[in-house]
Design a protein around this ligand. Structure first.
Ligand SMILES: [Cu+2]
Length: 494
């Protein structure tokens, strides 16, 4: 088990390539004036003087903002912003969030990707009661043990709540990362369904096909904006922390000539950096990439969304869409840095003696013609939790016999993909393309009742979701169960 992974890693390391060098060396502080002014996100005020504790107020509320020029859109927001405030922490910091729900329906916050205590995971009716509408409160309080690009979003009626704007980014940085990676820029990608007056489309219930692929919005958003502009300097690296916060849309980002160096994805750096020609990110997933501008000073380019294959019919009649303008300033170019290919050591999870599980992602047609999704043929509200113990290692074979790709997400734990082979990295969300199988290894080190589901939220809401109860030493199965509400909760859709 050990040797093939190491050999694969070495092979991939050998493929990483140094970058072209011309002119003076780049330094971290020479981004163009106002480079990210169109994209910078607000940060929430820190109420705590301790430098290792970030204590903030977060309010979910409806807010009028301008997305289409001259039109007002009532979005569902955290602290009035689209997206919510950037929560920026250093690995090892403690986060305290005083959350108030001023929405007209109940909600929770799920901290996507974080290895946190189960009680902080934000699954309504599973790890906590849903936070009541019109003034309910809950305090989230945990330490962030890992560097990475994370995000937060509701886990209650989540397809609808996310598509109305409820999501925000979280960056946990490692102060030891080299300056050659460039300055961090969070790019939170999503879409929203608006009519010509800027109102959120109440008929965003999808078509038959829409139900199968999940419902996409008609307006693409980067940090809540339509086609924002980014300023770059030729040769000066920027570290893009890209998050796919869309309810169903898959993103493939294209900028022509392969200027991306992928450092990693969900949960920090991969074992090796590699050049990529396009960045593909499924819902819930993140990409940590260095963008090295290669355009001449004065050039103006467009970062594009490409129609993304995710099953038969998924790219039919789809056109390329513009995401973001990239303006190369008319200032002196700098020499692109060399990014070392070896980034960190990721020891393979020892799977000797691991329990093997089969997790089939399933869709069936009910007698009335409607579609029911599930795990191993059972929708989440009818499925008893799987059971494991703290200290267990498991190998999951996630089988997708359906005709659609599904992004598979496990709460609370990082996993390693064993097959298909790839650069070793820690993941919490991974695509399982149509008619394929993904094998992953996971080690359970904390107790609790944890969700796993497809991150096309329409699919999760339709039942493609399950739970695993990780028992502490001496804990009896079935103890402390909470009635399961799943992602829909008891919420109503206005
Ligand atoms: Cu799915």
């Amino acid at each position: 088990m050990r040797f093939p992974i190491v050999r694969r890693a070495l092979l991939l390391l050998a493929l990483a390539v140094p970058l072209v060098a011309t002119g003076p060396a780049a330094s971290r502080s020479s981004q163009p004036q106002g480079w990210d002014s169109d994209l910078a996100l607000p940060v929430a005020a820190d109420l705590n003087p301790d430098p290792h504790i970030l204590e903030i107020n977060l309010e979910a509320r409806i807010q009028d903002i301008e997305i289409l020029p001259g039109k007002r859109t009532a979005v569902w927001s955290y602290n009035g912003g689209l997206p919510g405030p950037l929560i920026r922490l250093v690995v090892g910091d403690r986060l305290i969030v005083h959350f108030t729900n001023n929405l007209p329906e109940e909600t929770t916050i799920h901290w996507h990707g974080l290895r946190l205590p189960n009680a902080m995971d934000g699954a309504p009716g599973v790890t906590q009661p849903a936070v009541a509408a019109n003034g309910g409160v809950f305090t989230y309080d945990f330490v962030v043990p890992d560097a990475g690009t994370f995000w937060y979003h509701p886990h209650s009626n989540s397809g609808a709540q996310l598509s109305r704007g409820l999501y925000g980014p979280m960056l946990v940085t490692d102060p030891h990362d080299p300056p050659a990676f460039g300055e961090d820029l969070v790019l939170m990608l999503s879409d929203i369904s608006l009519n010509s007056e800027g109102q959120i489309n109440p008929a965003n219930e999808g078509t038959y096909l829409g139900d199968l692929f999940g419902r996409e919005g008609n307006i693409l958003l980067v940090n809540g904006k339509v086609r924002p502009a980014l300023k770059v300097r030729q040769g000066q690296p920027q570290r893009w922390r890209i998050i796919n916060a869309a309810r169903a849309r898959f993103f493939t980002l294209d900028y022509g000539q392969a200027p991306f160096v992928k450092l990693g994805g969900d949960d920090g750096l991969a074992a090796a950096a590699r050049r990529v020609t396009a960045v593909r990110i499924v819902p819930g997933e993140r990409a940590d990439v260095v963008f090295i501008p290669q355009d001449r000073p004065g050039a103006r380019g467009v970062l594009r969304w490409l129609p993304t294959e995710r099953g038969p019919g998924s790219t039919f009649n789809r056109l390329t869409e513009d995401l973001m303008t990239i303006e190369t300033v008319r200032e002196r170019a700098v020499r692109a840095p060399r990014i070392r290919s070896a980034l960190r050591t990721i020891a393979p999870i020892d799977t000797a003696g691991a329990r093997q599980r089969d997790i089939a992602l399933t869709i069936r047609q009910r007698p009335d013609g409607s579609m029911e999704m599930g795990i191993n043929g059972v929708p989440h509200d009818k499925a008893p939790p799987l059971v494991a113990h703290v200290g267990d290692t498991e190998v999951w074979t996630v089988r997708n016999d359906t005709s659609f790709a599904h992004p598979f997400h496990l709460h609370g734990f990082f996993f390693q993909v064993l097959d298909p082979a790839r650069v070793p990295e820690w993941k919490d969300t991974a695509e399982v393309p149509a008619k394929t199988t993904l094998r992953l290894a996971v080690h359970f080190d904390r107790p609790g009742l944890w969700m796993f589901h497809c991150h096309i939220l329409d699919h999760a809401d339709a039942g493609m979701m399950g739970q695993i109860r990780v028992l502490a030493a001496g804990e009896a199965p079935g103890g402390g169960a909470v009635a399961h509400q799943g992602m829909r909760g008891a919420a109503t859709t206005p």
